[in-house]
Design a protein around this ligand. Structure first.
Ligand SMILES: [Zn+2]
Length: 199
């Protein structure tokens, strides 16, 4: 980034972060991960993304393989504009929840995802990365998502702001609630993010 003081919205939608969603395990309360499953490996095979760090490493082969496996028909339901695809990442690819603490796992397959606050879009489980700030809930799907929010909140200069009519696209940043955009809450939000990063 040329100027670290100026935040540039990368226009990531929430779908970008569905490659690894951290949730509260419904069995033990620990941190479980919801990961995309390659088609044909929903029979108990090891999900390909378990070896990937929460960082960018999961951006390559899993998505490429999903892209290759995506049906060629143009009417694939995953192309619905409300559930964007990016670089071959298919929001509707089968998902598996896996808990590293108790080994609980469960699978998801379907054609409907629900984008809700502070819960994952597949199982509707509470997100692992969430905390109360200034009477609101700050939440993120994973550490990359949290880092993006942090960069926005911390930056003294931002490349875009809401106008009187509100935001005009679906990027994660453009959809941040107003309380997260005010300087008044900046210190509290950054402290909360730091707490979540240590969780
Ligand atoms: Zn568990």
């Amino acid at each position: 980034m040329a100027d670290p003081s100026r935040f540039q919205d990368p226009h990531h939608t929430l779908a970008v972060f569905t490659d690894d969603i951290w949730v509260v395990c419904p069995a033990c309360g620990g941190c479980a991960h919801i990961l995309p499953q390659p088609v044909g490996q929903a029979d108990g095979g090891t999900p390909f993304a378990t070896q990937a760090s929460p960082q960018e490493s999961s951006q390559e082969s899993p998505q490429e393989s999903l892209k290759a496996l995506t049906p060629s028909q143009n009417h694939a339901p995953s192309l619905n504009p409300t559930t964007s695809t990016r670089r071959g990442l298919d929001v509707f690819a089968p998902r598996r929840l896996i808990c590293g603490r108790c080994a609980h796992h469960q699978d998801w397959q379907g054609d409907l995802v629900r984008w809700g606050d502070a819960q994952d879009c597949y199982f509707g489980l509470p997100l692992w990365l969430q905390t109360a700030v200034a009477g609101h809930t700050l939440w993120a799907y994973n550490l990359r998502h949290l880092s993006l929010i942090e960069a926005f909140v911390a930056a003294p200069l931002r490349s875009r702001r809401p106008d009187a009519a509100g935001w005009h696209n679906r990027s994660v940043i453009s959809r941040l609630p107003r309380w997260m955009q005010t300087a008044q809450h900046r210190p509290a939000i950054l402290r909360a993010i730091a707490r979540l990063q240590q969780r």
